[in-house]
Write a protein that binds this ligand. Structure first.
Ligand SMILES: Cc1cc2nc3c(=O)[nH]c(=O)nc-3n(C[C@H](O)[C@H](O)[C@H](O)COP(=O)(O)OP(=O)(O)OC[C@H]3O[C@@H](n4cnc5c(N)ncnc54)[C@H](O)[C@@H]3O)c2cc1C
Length: 383
């Protein structure tokens, strides 16, 4: 049951999403079990998801979006994440790039990219992290130097970039000047010459993370997005909303793990009764369900506040930190309820456990979220 109020039109949209998930997405989750989704398949499925608002759905209708609230987008993504979290991540990254271009881009940017992104023809990535720059993006080392003709030449290496290997465009945050105010954003096309290399990870390889190399990559002046020097501030604003989406991925995984655990507890018998009749199993299920609901409330409060247009770093950091750590605990408890079968490949909970473990890291680790919350509470920055 959705606890946010939705209109009849939105109900119809959610029903269509549920149908696509049942018929199309769930089989894909089985087909691509920790193996990369080929680029051609990714385009195909993004095309189908885009028709239901998954890509740039919150962008205004006059630029090709659906004009959906972030809360509504959250409901869409929770459904997708429960069925196939890696695909939800892959889709979200392209969607957030489209939204940034819709909001911060010029008409020229919108004309060049929005339709292609919002139809799944183009896959995007966003590159901030570098081999020596993770939690402190102010120290970015990749540079863009002015070319004689007014364009820019980018040099450097980005790492852990979601969708990198299958991307057609990359929004890169690079250094154009000194200090925190010396970072700017550029839209770089694959055909400009950036190269990528996949980084295999413990789970969710369906959703690639890659090194992205810029070696004398020339970018024309019109591809700068946002003001020169505004790269960091605009990135931090985008993170505020992105944290809710990462929380949504964790929510989907945790809900799926919880449902598996309930089913198993109702079937498996030990000591002459179903294990769901043992009080300690019920205690675990009760704790799991309560944690999932608490994370859902925090996440949708975050979406609601973003929809109100207020600055809400503290609340979205709470959602991201709590939901991602919650999913690790809930998936682990789901494994425990399955006993030895929990770690076998026969049941999906071992996959949920590995997938859940990924998400306390991207878009600001749990520790960084706590520092944001602590700064909000005290007014004292500790980082
Ligand atoms: C699945 C996945 C997808 C990703 N996608 C992208 C992407 O699309 N684009 C992109 O740019 N990046 C992406 N990243 C990178 C991600 O944003 C970084 O991994 C993250 O910001 C942390 O940086 P780091 O890994 O270098 O860890 P580090 O910053 O080196 O941190 C290491 C440890 O130190 C802790 N730490 C750091 N600073 C402090 C502090 N001040 N106080 C206390 N503890 C601290 C951290 O919490 C962590 O536990 C992705 C990462 C993953 C895992």
């Amino acid at each position: 049951m959705d606890f946010v109020q939705i209109s009849e039109e939105q109900r119809v949209l959610l029903d269509s999403v549920d149908k696509l998930i049942e018929n199309r997405i769930k089989p894909l989750w089985k087909d691509y079990n920790n193996t990369p989704i080929p680029k051609s398949v990714a385009h195909e499925i993004l095309g189908e998801l885009s028709q239901l608002g998954f890509i740039g759905g919150s962008a205004p209708e006059d630029v090709g979006g659906f004009g959906l609230s972030q809360t509504m987008m959250g409901l869409l993504y929770e459904r997708l994440a429960k069925a196939f979290p890696g695909l939800a991540g892959l889709t979200f990254i392209t969607s957030s790039s489209a939204t940034r271009i819709a909001v911060d881009g010029t008409d020229v940017h919108r004309d060049a990219y929005l339709e292609k992104l919002m139809s799944g023809q183009m896959i995007a990535c966003a590159a901030i992290t570098e081999p020596n720059v993770g939690s402190s993006p102010a120290n970015i080392q990749t540079t863009a130097k002015r070319h004689d003709d007014g364009g820019w030449v980018i040099n450097g290496e980005k790492s852990w970039i979601s969708n990198g290997d299958i991307s057609d465009i990359c929004t890169a945050i690079v250094r154009t000047g000194e200090g925190k105010g010396g970072l700017s954003r550029f839209i770089v096309e694959r055909t400009d010459g950036y190269t990528t290399q996949d980084i295999p990870k413990m789970a969710m390889n369906e959703w690639p993370t890659s090194n992205v190399h810029f070696n004398q990559v020339y970018v024309p002046a019109w591809r700068q997005i946002g003001d020169e020097g505004a790269g960091l501030s605009s990135t931090l604003i985008a993170f505020q909303t992105a944290r809710c989406y990462v929380a949504t991925l964790s929510l989907g995984i945790a809900q799926a793990a919880l449902e598996c655990a309930i089913e198993y507890a109702k079937e498996r018998e030990q000591w002459g009764k179903r294990i769901g009749q043992h009080q300690m199993i019920q205690e675990m299920l009760a704790d799991m369900a309560t944690m999932v609901d608490a994370a859902r409330l925090l996440t949708f409060r975050g979406f609601y506040l973003v929809d109100q247009g207020v600055r809400c770093d503290v609340q979205t950091s709470m959602a991201k930190a709590y939901a991602t750590e919650m999913a690790v605990k809930v998936a682990s408890m789901a494994v425990q309820i399955h006993g030895a079968y929990g770690i076998s490949k026969e049941y999906p909970v071992e996959r949920y456990f590995r997938e859940a473990r990924i998400l306390p890291i991207p878009d600001g680790t749990t520790q960084i979220q706590k520092l944001i919350i602590g700064r909000g509470l005290t007014g004292l920055p500790a980082f």
